[in-house]
Design a protein around this ligand. Sequence first.
Ligand SMILES: [Fe+2]
Ligand SMILES: [Fe+2]
Length: 204
Amino acid sequence: MNPIKAWLEEHAYFDRLLTVLLEEADALNAGDMPSYELLLDVISYLRDYSDQVHHPREDEAFRRLASHSPELRPTLARLHQEHRVIAESGERLRERVEEAAAGAVMPRAAIQSAAATFVVYYRNHIATEENEVLPAAARELSEEDWAAARNAAPSLGNPLVGESANERFRNLRRRIAAEAVSVPRTHQGSPATSRGLSWRPDGS
Ligand SMILES: [Fe+2]
Ligand SMILES: [Fe+2]
């Protein structure tokens, strides 16, 4: 697959997962019974796949792009730093949700606000990559650069789609499938989503 298309499609997956995260966190705040399992599935997916595969590949692509496009160096350095912030805040969010699922008494608003902050930060990160970095990457990076970026992380396959789908995420796949056939969302999606990139949970 074209590396830019693959990159955008991964962002579209993440955007859908962030929507599920926000909806479940809002349910928590509204006093509804949240699905802690779904919340933890989303966070686990983002920790395991985005933090372990997507971001290391981006870091390698950014490192190579910085030598081609020196004017982008401050932006690329900030995005690299944001990968660390996303990983750390995702882990803190997982700890909070796990404590709440285990029955710990904690203000529901605390989880909701932590989740909402995480989602806004993540979406801003993705928007910056798509608006400021991808056009230059498409222009400047060679086949060799893209291969190096791919090789910067193991090819685990997307645990939400196709043959590599993990049984652990079965409920999350169903939820995303339901979201995909519902009316168009009104939330502020990522540029990938607003460009109409589609993703179906069967990976087709
Ligand atoms: Fe990133
Ligand atoms: Fe990204």
